[in-house]
Design a protein around this ligand. Sequence first.
Ligand code: C2O
Ligand code: CU
Ligand code: CU
Length: 480
Amino acid sequence: MNSDFSHFMSRRGFLVAATGFVSTTLLTTRSPRASELDERELKAAHGRASLAGPDSPWTAVWAYDGTVPGPILRVQQGRPVRITVQNGLSEDTTVHWHGIRLQNAMDGVPGLTQAPIKPGTSFVYEFTPPDAGTFWYHPHADSLVQLGRGLAGAFIVEEAEPIVVDRDLVWMLQDWRLTADRQIVPGSGSTMDAAMSGRVGNVVTLNGTVPADQRVRAGERVRLRIINASLARIMALRFEGHHPIIVAIDGQPCDPYEAEDGRLVLAPAMRIDVVVDMQGDPGKRHAVIDDYYDGLAYTLITLAYDNAPPLRAHPLDAPVGLPRNPLSEPNLGNAERQEIVLQGGMMGGGKLAGVGGMMGMATPGMNGSPAWAINGMSMTGDGHAGMAPQFTLKRGTTCHLTMRNETAWWHPMHIHGFSMSVLARNGSPVPHRQWQDTVLLAPKDTIECAFVADNPGDWMLHCHVADHQMAGLMTVFRVT
Ligand code: C2O
Ligand code: CU
Ligand code: CU
């Protein structure tokens, strides 16, 4: 091949990619790379961040690679990745690759799947992401403190053949509890936080700053990957004047749909991918509002149209449905049934339900003592050695899992190592063929899910409200 020809080829490859269409030429020039190891490094350390823009006062944070949130790691589906994590903190840490179906030893749970990474040492994570989608990474040690101080980042696994959009954006949302001089309120949890809604903060950032504008162009189609990396804040986003189409939840494609009331509900750890056609007029501004908590609505960000004429006269008519990931289809006719009952927390009148008495604790939820339980058992902290599994599944069986919330609080229940097909909520079938790794249970909700136990190991199942997890809303199951 002469150099002119290869120049032509690479130029053509670029043009093809830039227009968003993938040709076979591009695929064949790309495939040798797809098996090559993708090597990355990540360092957790103390740092400083200007959460309200470059001129605002500093907040002392803990950060990956010095930024809050950490760098967006973009990798390719099916391509092996090796990430060397250095611990520059003064305490143990680990990294958990939230939502990625990887081998147990790479799951990042201290004591359970690996020894914690000691200060000044490193750990090499190596896995091949089987699913394309929007995931994220965060520590699984001293979570309330480490996640609360900013350690989190987006982990994007790209499809081999992405859908056609003009731009692919990540909105990483974090909630902070700051003092008047903009420092993170210290403390590792209080009784009230632990036994009630968790540590909801007073400042929400988008990609690390108190949001101002998201610049958009009239007529463009944007894929927006929204990640709620908060400790406890639940969000419900409403796009004024726009119709976002939900195309994936927790990284897993669903049948595209528009949320019934137009609200995108994101509990901590949840992700939603939407496709938005920017159909506003040049120069116009439209708010994106979070109105989850009654009476506490605020503008998260404003879609600010620039003055350029529309990119196109009519919205793109390219399909928005994402290719499905290679998940094993549950065999419901031959499933093993398991039930998880969520118990505890504060009841009306400031009384703590069940758990405290059960565990013989004087001040439940205080100093790491349990405020919550799963099936009568309270596992507290972040994960440690010797956690006995709640149930054991033979590899290959379908587990039909029922989760029942007996408490008066909301809980985003998260499963490690798997994605679950969400079958029913309070007896009504859940539409759009949704798979999730984090399912939000309202008070008294019952959720039915199913997954194939195709990934051996000891896996965590816990509430992702950090205080709840630490105070007992956590369990482990085993696949042999
Ligand atoms: Cu995102 Cu067990 O965690
Ligand atoms: Cu996880
Ligand atoms: Cu919870």
